[in-house]
Design a protein around this ligand. Structure first.
Ligand SMILES: C[S@@+](CC[C@H](N)C(=O)[O-])C[C@H]1O[C@@H](n2cnc3c(N)ncnc32)[C@H](O)[C@@H]1O
Length: 240
């Protein structure tokens, strides 16, 4: 996006009179004894500009980045921070299977949707879903240490998510979006149950290399809406 910058030059005395009448900020470009050159972002009536420049708007997103100062990190307001303790559960965001889920959540999750995170580990995907403006979020895991970590991280992130020790078969309702970062051997057992637990989108991750992908797609028996790959790992998206 561009906008126009109008360059003017006035005798010093006239400039200060103008400034009082104008009542808004101007950008002073050069200040000589006799003349002042300045810029405005709108034309002035009755005065011819020296020059009109096309200026590119630099969005704050381009220049304002997260900054680390010792143990503080300053984050621009449009970013969604997720704080994760390096503890007793899987899910710091470093592993490709987690990263694939995070990217796909950004692509597919819509505001207000309910989310079920199966195999939540640290709770990273459940917390990220809430930060991406999900409605109700339920995180489940069979590992009690994971539930403990998820509850800790939930508090750290000040988000309202439920986190319980459970398996997919214990869940009796369906959610708008299901995310499950598991393993092929777990999908072999759980997929028929998982398929019943979502209404709109499911993200399945934790599938390694082509052979596992082939096996997973045979189990799935549905045409995926998207398959995404990162460092040999695949994630599969189903849409209804
Ligand atoms: C690869 S980790 C994923 C952690 C996190 N969701 C992430 O994306 O980084 C898989 C998690 O699934 C849990 N898990 C394994 N089998 C499960 C099952 N049948 N039902 C629920 N959770 C399961 C494990 O305890 C582990 O915490």
């Amino acid at each position: 996006m561009t906008y126009q910058k109008y360059i003017y030059k006035l005798p010093t005395e006239d400039f200060y009179k103008f400034l009082v009448d104008y009542g808004k900020g101007v950008e002073i470009l050069s200040e000589g004894e006799a003349y002042i050159e300045f810029a405005l972002y709108e034309p002035l009536e009755g005065i011819e500009p020296l020059e009109v420049l096309e200026v590119e708007v630099i969005l704050p997103q381009k220049v304002y980045k997260p900054q680390r100062i010792k143990n503080l990190i300053i984050i621009p307001s449009w970013l969604r921070p997720v704080v994760i303790r390096h503890g007793m559960a899987f899910g710091t965001g470093l592993h490709p299977t987690t990263r694939l889920c995070l990217e796909l959540l950004e692509d597919f999750l819509e505001e207000g949707w309910s989310v079920l995170d199966v195999g939540t580990g640290t709770g990273i995907l459940a917390i990220a879903s809430k930060k991406l403006k999900a409605g109700r979020v339920l995180a489940i895991d069979i590992d009690p240490y994971a539930v403990e970590e998820c509850l800790h991280n939930k508090e750290e992130n000040c988000v309202d998510i439920e986190c319980i020790k459970a398996e997919a078969k214990d869940i009796k309702e369906s959610f708008d979006l299901l995310v499950a970062n598991l393993e092929l051997k777990v999908f072999k057992k759980e997929l028929p149950t998982l398929i019943k637990l979502f209404k709109r989108v499911a993200i399945f991750s934790g599938i390694y290399e082509k052979e596992e992908l082939r096996e997973f797609l045979d189990l799935l028996k549905e045409k995926p809406a998207k398959i995404k790959k990162l460092k040999g790992w695949y994630a599969v998206v189903i849409k209804r």
